[in-house]
Ligand binder design. Structure first.
Ligand code: COS
Length: 380
């Protein structure tokens, strides 16, 4: 098994590392403080092909593989995980599903501008009463001539107020449980479709998260994705792919915590020597290094399987589960190593903890990942 990156993948890694350092890092602290959406940065990322990384060039994407996408996500998220999640949702929760199961009409009209980064996408599955229990959709869609009429509410939607195009799951036949759920593409500005105010979150503060509301919102028949009744399968299959994005985001945060800790440990002195010389600190750093490397390898291995056209659901869930838990642990250890300095905003590590926590929750909690892995392992 070969774990080394190809020349092209290394180029993507260097390019995104450079971009993150020069374009994202300088404003990350201020944007976090002010919960300010990084509109200009996202625009530039679109120009670089980072918002449609795995989309076929035929649909204006960069045509790259999953491994390239993961290394890019790691570099971006290492500097700012909020920018990471905006990129991840557009690439893996929106573009991926449209490319795989969208009609030619959908791909030309919606996927192309999304892949160019001119438009931003959102994925709306969660509801006030349906988070992990996603088959329990309460939003309804009723057929009326050549339109569907949507009513209901979605919440915790990343890019909720800033997106242009939304993938929305709704119940079209309650009797059929998950086989009665359909996915729709809804444009911002459609009458009856509104969004709430952005949530005041613990972390990833410069990404926007809000609720969506549908009040007799008319969506044309041609905006049905895949086919009527396939919406839950659409969502599940899309989320399988989305886990690469969040696993990579978590690896990025884990790397940031580790690197900050190494730097600080070499500078800070106690008892007459740099704290890096104390075994208590060395052990922490050794554990952080080992776990970060393991999370990275698990993620790249899962991505490699997908690129080879092999089954990857279990591995993607393992990568998401493990990397998100490593991100939280590393951030906690980074704060411990920094002592009081780790607890104040002047040093970045407190943000890493705030940003890391959500990776254990969104796109399937750690508990959901364990369900998916457990079922797969026991079935194999
Ligand atoms: N990939 C593809 N299909 C999947 C799947 C997966 N990982 N998990 C379930 N499915 C399919 C099943 O094959 C089944 O389809 P068919 O009936 O056509 O065969 C269907 O989904 C229902 O599966 P199941 O009966 O197992 O449903 P459950 O309610 O028991 O559990 C879980 C489904 C818990 C796996 C699902 O609800 C889930 O993933 N929840 C988390 C949702 C989530 O990630 N939310 C985050 C918000 S989006 S940011």
């Amino acid at each position: 098994m070969n774990f080394s990156l190809t020349e092209e993948q290394k180029m993507i890694q260097e390019m995104t590392r450079d971009f993150a350092k020069t374009e994202i890092a300088p404003s990350a602290v201020e944007r976090d403080k002010n919960s300010e959406f990084p509109a200009e940065i996202i625009k530039k990322m679109g120009e670089l092909g980072l918002m449609g990384m795995m989309v076929d060039p035929k649909y204006d994407g960069a045509g790259m593989d999953t491994v390239s996408y993961c290394v890019a996500m790691m570099e971006i998220s290492k500097v700012d995980a909020a920018v990471g999640v905006i990129m991840s949702v557009n690439n893996s929760l929106v573009n991926f599903g449209l490319q795989e199961w969208g009609s030619e009409f959908i791909k030309k009209k919606y996927l192309k501008p999304l892949a160019r980064g001119e438009k931003l996408g959102a994925f709306a599955l969660s509801e006030p009463e349906a988070g992990s229990d996603a088959t329990h959709q309460q939003t309804t869609a009723v057929k009326d001539g050549d339109h569907w009429i949507l009513n209901g509410m979605k919440n915790w939607i990343t890019n909720g107020s800033t997106a242009d195009y939304y993938i929305v799951m709704a119940q079209t036949d309650k009797e059929k449980r998950h086989h009665g759920i359909t996915a729709f593409l809804v444009e911002k500005g459609t009458p009856g479709f509104t969004h709430g105010v952005p949530e005041d979150k613990l972390g990833i503060k410069s990404s926007d998260t809000c609720s969506l509301s549908f009040d007799n919102c008319r969506v044309p028949e041609e905006n049905v994705l895949w086919e009527v009744g396939k919406g839950f399968n659409f969502a599940m299959n899309t989320l399988n792919g989305g886990r690469f994005g969040i696993a990579s985001q978590a690896v990025g945060i884990a790397m940031a915590s580790f690197e900050a800790s190494v730097k600080y440990a070499k500078q800070r002195k106690t008892f007459g020597t740099e704290i890096a010389n104390h075994q208590a600190i060395q052990f922490k750093i050794a554990d952080m290094a080992t776990k970060t490397e393991a999370a990275k390898l698990l993620t790249l291995q899962a991505a490699g399987l997908r690129d080879e056209g092999k089954p990857y659901i279990k591995e993607a869930s393992m990568a998401k589960l493990f990397s998100s838990e490593v991100a939280v642990k590393n951030a906690l250890e980074a704060i411990q190593i920094h002592g009081g300095y780790g607890y104040v905003r002047e040093y970045l590590v407190e943000r890493y903890l705030r940003d890391a926590k959500i990776t254990e929750i969104y796109e399937g909690t750690s508990e959901i990942q364990r369900i998916i892995i457990g079922r797969q392992v026991l079935r194999d």
